[in-house]
Design a protein around this ligand. Structure first.
Ligand code: COA
Length: 324
């Protein structure tokens, strides 16, 4: 699809989809492979189960197909695909072209690697492409983390799972839906606290990741709020990256957000990296937690370290997805 540079008008979600593989590993299942307990994992992380199986492209296609169906748009309407993932099908090529092909799209398609912040990075990039005249941008967050997770390792094996969430974002001619503020950040000094080598498993300094995550969540939220000219009290719903409930609790204590305004799905999914925020968005829609005029904060952080946030004034009346 080609676009002409034109005045941007607003930002809204046209459709959201989600996909989780059928196979579930719960905490009790993990006790067969490592010295742990359901109680320990729940108490230290808030996780009860994680999904495994399927590939990043398969999960992407399923989530994107649902987003497309729910948007009422046709494949020819999609102007760009951005696939945020840290577990692509291949090192080369990216996974996005195969996903676009399977969906019958005729547009640009690329992978975006910003680990768990990837989907929010993708939203910011999509907003930028809209400023160049593109419309109806499919932003997918998808992971098959079981390929890089050692389910016998007590630190990482308890955390990660597979899944995908997808959203089609579009210009909002009414101007009611808008991007109010955003923030993107990275600090490569922390590469070594969470990484996976080619062909290897995720390696992590859990305590340091925890500490850095709490810090960058505050920093990124404050930057996005400042750009939006809003305060914490003006935010109606926060959809944070789902890594550990204790990380969110610790950040919220410093920021002043309430649990009531927070979407958490971690208990059912574990950490699905780039997929976690769109999966949580799908859940929030399913629960009817989003209303036109709400100020919604998407807040991601992850390996790199990277972090990303976006505050959107919500427009539209979307509903939940088949995954929930
Ligand atoms: N089950 C049972 N016991 C475990 C365990 C497990 N899976 N993992 C560690 N333990 C034990 C340790 O051996 C230690 O025992 P000891 O006190 O007798 O020596 C104790 O529990 C504490 O271990 P520690 O490693 O200090 O745990 P922790 O409180 O730091 O929790 C994590 C570990 C991984 C849950 C936590 O560090 C974490 O979640 N960090 C953030 C990770 C993250 O979110 N990564 C993704 C970011 S996008």
């Amino acid at each position: 699809m080609t676009a002409s540079v034109s005045a941007p008008v607003g930002f809204r979600f046209a459709g959201v989809g989600a996909a989780l593989p059928e196979k579930v590993i719960n905490n009790v299942d993990l006790t067969a492979a490592m010295d742990t307990t359901d109680e320990w994992i729940r108490e230290r992380t808030g996780i009860g189960a994680r999904h495994v199986g399927s590939s990043t492209s398969e999960l992407s296609i399923a989530a994107a197909r649902e987003a497309l169906d729910r948007s009422g748009l046709q494949p020819a309407d999609i102007g760009q695909v951005i696939l945020a993932t840290t577990s692509p099908d291949y090192i080369c090529p990216g996974t996005a072209p195969a996903v676009a092909y399977a969906l019958g799209l005729d547009c640009g398609a690329f992978d975006l690697q910003a680990a768990c912040s990837g989907w929010v990075y993708g939203l910011v990039v999509a907003n930028g492409l809209m400023l160049q005249g593109l419309d109806n941008i499919l932003v997918i967050g998808a992971e098959s983390l079981d390929r890089i997770t050692d389910y016998t390792a007590r630190d990482t094996g308890i955390l990660f799972g597979n899944g995908a969430g997808a959203a089609i974002v579009q210009q909002d001619p009414t101007g009611n839906g808008r991007v109010l503020g955003w923030d993107l950040g990275a600090n490569g000094a922390h590469v070594g606290i969470l990484y996976s080598e080619h062909g290897g498993f995720l390696q992590m300094d859990g305590k340091e990741v925890f500490r850095q995550a709490v810090t960058v969540m505050q920093r990124s939220t404050n930057a996005a709020l400042a750009m939006a000219g809003l305060t914490v009290d003006d935010i109606d719903l926060v959809i944070p990256h789902q890594a550990n409930v204790r990380i969110v609790d610790a950040a919220w204590k410093k920021l002043g957000f309430s649990q009531e305004k927070t979407v958490m799905i971690l208990e059912r999914t574990g950490n699905t990296s780039a997929a976690s925020i769109p999966l949580a968005l799908a859940d929030a829609l399913h629960e009817g937690r989003l209303e036109p005029g709400h100020n919604v904060l998407f807040l991601g952080f992850g390996a790199g370290m990277t972090w990303a946030s976006m505050i959107v004034r919500w427009e539209g009346t979307l509903t939940g997805t088949a995954a929930w």
